[in-house]
Design a binder for this molecule. Structure first.
Ligand code: FAD
Length: 437
């Protein structure tokens, strides 16, 4: 029989949400020994978005490295290195994968056979990448084909980048991971080709006009973009290292390294049949309580009521991971002390950065779009955006190159769903419209 360790609170998963939850527990009052974080990863919670940005930079002066991006620096908070957890009496149980869960008995079992018992559980297992091997793509198990989710993935990629300097990289996927990694590799002086099946990049968010700017900017930086076709196989050399990407349209693109960013899926399998699910995630209420008393789910895995749009949604963005974690801890404490807490009322927020560019998006991208600003990719400081209008109201807003005040104004109009009388007028006003509220 394995050793049994007992905690009042356990967080399963040691990513973004876990780190922000730990900070909130400490703020709310925590006694040494009450909280444990169990993580498959070997490091304390860090700001995951760094992995596809600064972490890949070969220039040691520009490269992001731990301890630089431990949570909570990504949102302007204090940095929590491993010593912080030690000081607070929080057990960081790292390099430990939970392989079995029994919510009825309130136990978790690790791969090494340790048993952990909890009174309250926060599920923060995040997502795992979708792999081309999942679809049995020919040759997809070749060496030097990478995915990016955890620090270990990024470390392997960085080692390979160093061994193939000035080489050729093919990026499979036109989402934000693909766009960020393509930029990082170009900055590292690699020959970069992006391949994606859609007619434009970031199709789930970008309008064709927005996407056209980024594609043209990337091409000006020397990145080759092949759209409308998919990778159907890979060639390898005698060492089993990838050498080419076979496209459906018959072309073969040379590659020393391939980075695949084709999406992620929430890690909910451990809880199958034990918790109610909805829309691919673990169903929660506005306090991140699941269908089992004492069990909470936050971050990428939670499907929660989005009050603003009157429907339940799952959100795979860092801002929600942080805020949902804080809300769940507040809810646990409110429950213990019998105090009131308001329901989660989230305004979706998402951002990305690459090269000198930086964009932010707030709200919902549904309805008609109105584009404004300067989207010439050769402008010294491009600045443009888009509003989404539904039923005569602004429901979403996108801005490239905005100041913090401008971004705040866009968040506000999206949150308030400000009415729009005239779309031509809105187009003329652009940012000015948002600054009036
Ligand atoms: P995660 O941060 O993924 O943490 C989950 C943790 O659980 C991991 O440590 C994992 O190892 C652990 N775990 C899983 N299963 C087990 C188990 N069985 N036992 C023990 N531990 C387990 N979002 C943005 O808004 N903007 C960005 O620019 C952005 N960039 C990103 C770049 C990259 C490379 C990636 C991968 C994601 C990015 N995201 C971005 C998304 C954002 O990072 C996630 O939404 C966020 O990390 C979710 O937090 P989480 O705590 O739910 O999950």
């Amino acid at each position: 029989l394995g050793m049994l360790k007992s905690f009042k609170y356990i967080i399963i998963g040691g990513g973004v949400a876990a780190g922000y939850a730990a900070r909130e527990f400490n703020r709310q009052g925590l006694k040494p020994g009450q909280l444990a974080i169990i993580s498959k990863e070997a490091v304390a919670p860090y700001e995951r978005p760094a992995l596809s940005k600064g972490y890949l930079n070969l220039n040691p002066k520009a490269a992001a490295r731990l301890p630089g991006f431990y949570v909570c620096v990504g949102s302007g908070g204090e940095r929590l290195p491993p010593d912080w957890y030690k000081e607070k009496g929080i057990q960081l149980i790292l390099g430990t994968e939970i392989v079995k869960v029994n919510l009825g008995l309130k136990t978790l079992i690790s791969a090494a056979g340790e048993i952990f018992k909890f009174q309250r559980l926060i599920i923060a297992t995040g997502s795992t990448v979708i792999r081309l091997t999942d679809f049995k793509v020919e040759g997809a198990d070749a060496k030097n084909i990478f995915y990016l989710r955890e620090l270990e993935d990024a470390n392997k990629l960085v080692e390979t980048i160093k061994m193939n300097q000035n080489g050729k990289v093919v990026i499979v996927g036109g989402g934000y991971i693909g766009l960020e990694v393509a930029a990082a590799m170009r900055i590292n002086d690699f020959h970069v080709t992006m391949v994606y099946p859609e007619p434009w990049c970031m199709p789930r968010l970008f309008t064709p006009t927005i996407a056209a700017f980024y594609e043209s900017y990337y091409e000006n930086k020397g990145i080759k973009i092949i759209k409308g076709t998919v990778a159907i196989g890979f060639n390898a050399n005698v060492n089993g290292e990838v050498k080419g990407v076979k496209l459906k349209d018959g072309r073969v693109v040379e590659a020393d390294i391939v980075v695949v960013g084709v999406g992620a899926r929430p890690l909910t399998t451990l809880f199958k049949g034990q918790l109610e699910e909805e829309k691919g995630g673990i169903k929660t209420d506005g306090f991140f309580k699941t269908s089992v008393p004492g069990v909470y789910a936050v971050g990428d895995v939670a499907t929660f009521p989005m009050k603003l749009y009157n429907e339940s949604r799952r959100v795979e963005h860092v801002d929600h991971a942080r805020k949902s974690a804080e809300q769940a801890v507040k809810a646990i404490k409110a429950n213990e002390t019998g105090t009131e807490l308001e329901e989660y009322d989230y305004l979706p927020y998402f951002y990305s950065r690459s090269f000198e560019l930086s964009w932010q998006f707030y709200g919902d991208n549904v309805g008609e779009t109105v584009f404004f600003g300067d989207n010439n990719s050769l402008s010294p400081k491009p600045k443009f955006g888009s509003y989404w209008i539904k039923d005569g109201k602004v429901v979403g807003a996108f801005l490239e190159g905005g100041t913090p005040e401008e971004n705040k104004a866009l968040a506000k109009v999206s949150r308030l769903k400000c009415p729009v009388e005239n779309l031509d007028q809105l187009k003329k006003e652009g940012l000015l419209f948002a600054s009036k509220f």
